[in-house]
Ligand binder design. Structure first.
Ligand code: 5AD
Ligand code: SF4
Length: 475
């Protein structure tokens, strides 16, 4: 892709700011602060996209509310990864008909991955007539202009053209935490795993310029942010499309030079592109967390080939060995799909055995969900759901045992944690994370929020650790 074609020019972004000003004047006429509700489904990328939508809404003068009956505008940021996610969205959108009846001026907007699919957009066009504006992930930077059209035009607005995608720098953003932040380093995906809808809805891979990423991270560190998560569908292919190519490890090493007390995390890494250079860079960089989310998806080489993952079971296991050699204290997590079309019980059990062999700290597990338009959705799939559930439960049982065991090993240890918020639980009032990203429910004073502290781990279960703050840690 030609870079000049994908970077949105400054004059275009200036035009969007003009629409923001016009919308501020329009909604300013209500005689009170207008209210917006932003509801987000799906992954961290979507959470971060919603923060940008909220940034634009804030600049239009909106306050935020959780009550649809109080809102002047509702934005639902949708997910398409599995059928369940879509069902939830359609349920939520259906409910909004009541809010629209009560306030016909209410603007209802749908954005994100689900609406980028033609069939879903068609269903909204036909059966969800109370929705005013629909736009896909590639159109996010044009939200002000689209909203203006929806508010002032005669009809509903749909912006879901099949675009390869762009990069828009400098969009406003509402950060919900002063302690943690997301930073997108690239957008889109070129991998076309055969089960996955993402490449069809989020466009082709495109990387932000290193200078823009460095400036953003520097700004966050200067603002006191303590944990920054770099986001991309496959961060390991970062930089391939840049004019002066730079790979993800080089970017990490550059970011690591920024002085300050903060941690860098990143997700997601595709195993086919994660190698020695990445592991060595992680081990060397003091700001990079000892945490790797390395989705394996399946433990069967045949199923991996059908999934178009680009590695075998043995190659994956070898990468894990190398990663652990470079970082013996590495916290390792993964995504798994059970019940891919044609998967046999023996193959599903190969996945369970891989999970036992690796000994992940935690897993994100899914039962395969056919996504219309993907190659896997056309494959015969004769195994009943109930049988897949049995395999899935065996996987969960194995992982729960492993997680509990790994967590037990922390008991009695002193670990450095970042206190990232209050929990609302009287017994364990603070929530904190270890360097490797494990959750520690903590006893301690609310004044510790936003700080690194040393904690003694006193207990553990399958999902989390429990402990008490020992002291403030100024190291
Ligand atoms: N069905 C089930 N799980 C899926 N994932 C992606 N597509 C599907 C699907 N069609 C899972 C993968 C991916 C995670 C984000 O969601 O495990 O890593
Ligand atoms: Fe989907 Fe595969 Fe791309 Fe991940 S790497 S977003 S699973 S196609």
């Amino acid at each position: 892709m030609d870079r000049t074609q994908i970077v949105i020019p400054a004059v275009e972004l200036q035009r969007q700011r003009e629409f923001i000003r016009q919308l501020a004047a329009r909604f300013g006429g209500l005689g009170r602060a207008p209210a917006a509700l932003v509801d987000t489904y799906g992954c961290q990328q979507n959470v971060h996209d919603s923060q940008r939508i909220m940034g634009m809404l804030r600049d239009m003068g909106f306050d935020f509310t959780g009550d649809p009956y109080e809102a002047d505008i509702i934005v639902i940021n949708t997910c398409a990864i599995r059928e369940n996610a879509e069902k939830k969205v359609f349920g939520a959108v259906g409910q909004l008909v009541h809010a629209k009846e009560r306030n016909p001026e209410l603007m209802i907007c749908l954005c994100g991955c689900m609406v980028q699919q033609e069939e879903a957009a068609e269903r909204i066009r036909r059966s969800y007539r109370h929705v005013d504006l629909v736009f896909g992930p590639q159109a996010l930077w044009r939200f002000p202009e689209l909203l203006w059209q929806a508010c002032t035009g005669r009809g509903r607005v749909f912006s879901i053209e099949d675009e390869p995608g762009s990069i828009a720098e400098g969009l406003p953003v509402v950060r919900e935490s002063a302690v943690k932040a997301w930073v997108s380093i690239m957008y889109g995906c070129n991998n076309f795993c055969t089960y996955c809808i993402v490449p069809y809805v989020r466009g082709r891979e495109r990387s932000r310029e290193p200078a823009d990423i460095l400036a953003e991270v520097r700004g966050l560190v200067a603002d006191g942010v303590k944990e920054i998560t770099l986001l991309g569908q496959n961060v390991n292919s970062y930089g391939r499309d840049l004019d002066a190519p730079m790979d993800f490890s080089d970017l990490l090493a550059e970011l690591d030079k920024i002085p300050g007390d903060y941690l860098l995390r990143f997700m997601t890494s595709h195993p086919k592109d994660a190698g020695e250079k990445l592991f060595d860079t992680m081990a060397r960089c003091s700001h990079v967390a000892r945490q790797l989310h390395l989705p394996v998806q399946s433990g069967s080489t045949r199923v991996l080939r059908e999934m178009n993952r680009g590695y075998t079971r043995e190659q994956y296991l070898e990468k894990v060995r190398r990663a652990r050699r470079a970082m013996p204290d590495l916290v390792l997590t993964s995504d798994i799909i059970i019940g891919f079309p044609g998967e046999t019980e023996a193959e599903a059990m190969e996945t369970v055995s891989l999970v036992e062999e690796v000994g992940y700290d935690a897993l994100f597990t899914f039962i395969y969900s056919p996504r219309p338009g993907t190659p896997a959705a056309k494959l015969p799939d004769s195994v009943p759901r109930a049988e897949k559930q049995v395999w899935f439960d065996r996987l969960l049982e194995a992982q729960n045992r492993i997680s509990a065991q790994r967590h037990r090993a922390y008991v009695g240890e002193a670990v450095r944690v970042l206190v990232d918020g209050e929990s609302g639980d009287a017994q364990w009032p603070l929530a904190s994370r270890t360097n490797g990203g494990r959750l520690v429910h903590l006893r301690g004073d609310a004044s510790l929020v936003g700080q690194y502290v040393l904690a003694r781990v006193t207990d553990a279960n399958t999902w989390a650790l429990f402990g008490e703050a020992l002291q403030e840690n100024h190291t």
